[in-house]
Design a protein around this ligand. Structure first.
Ligand code: ZN
Length: 674
């Protein structure tokens, strides 16, 4: 994890004093940092201002890109046998592994079987994600097979936990945690040049990160699939984590937290909330990395140099901590982090990170992109969407869903491969790049894990509610069953391929409430009709259009969502531009020269530069454009097929199409435009 190159508040003060700056001469004591005071947990729930519907109350309707993505992922998950997902756990517990061979060894397989090669130090993580995804599929789709497989895995993992003893459950032994304890904060021993350091002198990869995935999987199987045994297994794991972390001094625990630990605190807070036992929240508090949260609580962006996906889960944990305690320090951490990442560190698709890090100060994205071809890790978008849900529930501002929609439509829908359900790791924005994917059973990266979770809960945030009524935040064809009110809402259309959506109401008895339609920031000129009659109200982009009435069966709301071409320039380079149509980012089709399956599948990112053991593609000419006017519609014209466009009047014209529909082609998203 790259936490170096950072100047803490205190060391900055020391530097300033050393330089003889005026502030040093005032001899002021620096104010204490927000988290210098002890963190003491006291349960006090903060009332949400808006709540999402349970996934069991919303179903996607066939025929949309969201439904297709759900089905591709469901197919992929159904092909992975429980025995294979359990193999390394059983091997670690010394239980028979049955007829399964686990997953193939070698290559870049994070879940390879632990015989012979020894396995990776992250083994078991995907099984945790798979449990979460199985619970999601049950809740979102009523998928009996997914639930049965999830239940079977919980029961078998419980046997592994029983055999291992002490509540511990993992596919690797506790010796990884011993190394984490011994080597965190310890001086690095001298190294022999040219030789890798011995394992016992190396910090483990990320043992708490991995254990968190399993704990979260158990929590989700309990929460979404009603599996009580999963809560027992989780409680045992939490007991183990509580004992382990409680035996360390706070200073040493802070050193331990320099190794990636996922959302340990989030799951412990969730457990505290679900069981009304503060003990788990107090254990969760030990996973607060103070030097990360202190500047955020002071609304300072000191994120440069940090590993992105290590830290977004820590912010989700902070959000959850605020919700169950009202401690505003945690609120401020989440609120500021979200603001600085989404306004200053996010590309046009909603993705963030570059080579897994933030390498430049905020709003230097053009410079940032030049440092690596491996931009926008998919896990980061998964976690940012999760964080958005928390912030929106505190303050239901439709602008949160402008970001959510942008990320969902471009970076999530566009990164699962049709038919196979294989998913991406990095999404590259280097001109001439192409989308790369995992393969069936030889990768199981972090993003494969968050991928199976994401595409099994695409119904999650379409509709929200409060005491006044309903929010419609996403235009995803779906049906809401608001059983408490005897109300059903069916949303049809083919957004974003169609520029409208239609809502039809079924009400057991007439229901007075507000129906609030999000008017996207890009949808200027949107109109709304109720039962065929145009509303005499302006649908202001970036707001809600609220319709207060007594709703009855057969009521029909039609909303137009007019799309137009728009341009988004890099904040640090006005000539580096991307184009959108409505919420959809457009990519230029640059052909498929040099693309072969081995460059696409089993690759985390495109081999545009030399990569060890990977062939690289021929360089191709990347067209540059001169804009034929401030409005891109002046020189980017519709193509023959729906949602296709082409440039005009350029030295070399290019076909443009939605980034989310482009596969197995080389592309550019950003262009040099004069
Ligand atoms: Zn990832």
């Amino acid at each position: 994890m790259t936490d170096t190159n950072r100047v803490t508040r205190r060391s900055f003060t020391a530097l300033a004093a050393g330089a003889g700056m005026a502030m040093a001469q005032r001899r002021e004591q620096p104010a204490p940092d927000p988290f210098d005071a002890p963190i003491e947990f006291a349960r006090k729930d903060v009332a949400a201002k808006a709540r999402p519907f349970a996934m069991t109350q919303v179903r996607l309707l066939p025929g949309s890109m969201f439904y297709d993505a759900q089905e591709w992922n469901r197919g992929y998950m159904s092909r992975l046998a429980a025995d294979r997902l359990l193999y390394n756990f059983r091997a670690n517990a010394g239980l028979p592994t049955g007829s399964s061979q686990g997953f193939p060894g070698g290559g870049d397989n994070w879940e390879r079987h632990a015989d012979g090669t020894g396995g990776t130090e992250l083994r078991g993580h995907f099984t945790g994600h798979f449990l979460s995804a199985s619970a999601n599929l049950w809740a979102s789709r009523g998928d009996q097979d997914a639930k049965a497989k999830g239940d079977e895995m919980v029961a078998e993992l419980a046997k592994c936990q029983q055999k291992l003893g002490g509540g511990y459950l993992s596919a690797f032994p506790t010796s990884l945690f011993d190394r984490l304890d011994r080597l965190s904060g310890a001086p690095m021993p001298p190294r022999t040049p040219g030789a890798p350091p011995p394992v016992e002198q190396t910090l483990p990869w990320a043992p708490f990160y991995t254990v968190h995935k399993i704990m979260a999987g158990m929590f989700d199987m309990y929460q979404y699939a009603g599996n009580k045994q999963a809560l027992d297994v989780l409680t045992g794991m939490a007991e183990w984590a509580d004992r382990w972390s409680g035996s360390k001094t706070e200073e040493h625990m802070q050193q331990i937290l320099n190794t990636e630990y996922g959302g340990m605190a989030e799951t412990l807070y969730n457990l505290a909330a679900a069981t009304n036992d503060d003990k788990w929240a107090k254990a969760g508090d030990r996973f607060t990395k103070k030097r990360f949260v202190n500047p955020l609580a002071l609304r300072r962006d000191q994120l440069t140099g940090l590993h992105v996906n290590t830290h977004v889960p820590q912010v989700i944990a902070a959000a959850r901590r605020y919700e169950i305690s009202g401690d505003t320090r945690f609120h401020d951490v989440a609120d500021f982090f979200y603001w600085t990442v989404t306004t200053g560190r996010t590309y046009v698709t909603g993705g963030t990170s570059n080579g897994e890090l933030w390498r430049r100060p905020p709003r230097q994205l053009a410079a940032e992109l030049k440092t690596s071809v491996d931009a926008a890790e998919c896990c980061c978008s998964y976690n940012m969407l999760k964080l958005t849900r928390h912030l929106y529930s505190w303050n239901p501002n439709p602008r949160y869903f402008d970001y959510f929609e942008r990320t969902l439509v471009n970076h999530r829908i566009g990164t699962i491969h049709p038919k196979t359900g294989w998913t991406q790791y990095y999404v590259s924005y280097t001109p001439g790049a192409w989308k790369t994917f995992c393969n069936e059973d030889q990768n199981f990266w972090c993003c494969t894990g968050t991928g199976v979770e994401e595409y099994s809960k695409l119904n999650d945030s379409i509709y929200w509610h409060d005491e006044d009524g309903l929010y419609v935040n996403l235009f995803v064809p779906s049906e809401l069953d608001w059983a408490e009110k005897g109300l059903k809402v069916r949303q049809e259309g083919d957004f974003p391929r169609a520029q409208s959506t239609v809502l039809t109401i079924t009400a057991a008895k007439p229901q007075a409430m507000a129906l609030r339609l999000r008017v996207p920031v890009w949808a200027a000129g949107s109109t709304v009709k109720v039962n065929g009659k145009a509303l005499d109200a302006e649908a202001e982009p970036g707001s809600y259009l609220a319709i207060h009435r007594t709703w009855k069966t057969g009521d029909r709301v039609e909303m137009t969502l007019p799309m137009r071409l728009s341009v988004e320039a890099m904040p640090d380079d006005a000539g580096m531009q991307a184009f959108l149509y409505g919420p959809m980012v457009l990519a230029g089709d640059l052909g498929n020269e040099g693309l072969a399956d081995e460059l696409t599948y089993g690759q985390k990112g495109p081999a545009l530069n030399e990569r060890p053991g990977v062939a690289s593609v021929p360089a191709i000419e990347i067209p540059t454009f001169h804009a034929g006017g401030a409005d891109p519609a002046a020189w980017i014209k519709p193509g023959d097929a729906p949602l296709t466009f082409h440039t005009t009047g350029q030295k070399k014209d290019v076909k443009l199409l939605p980034f989310n529909s482009l596969f197995d082609r080389r592309y550019s998203v950003y262009w040099t435009v004069g």
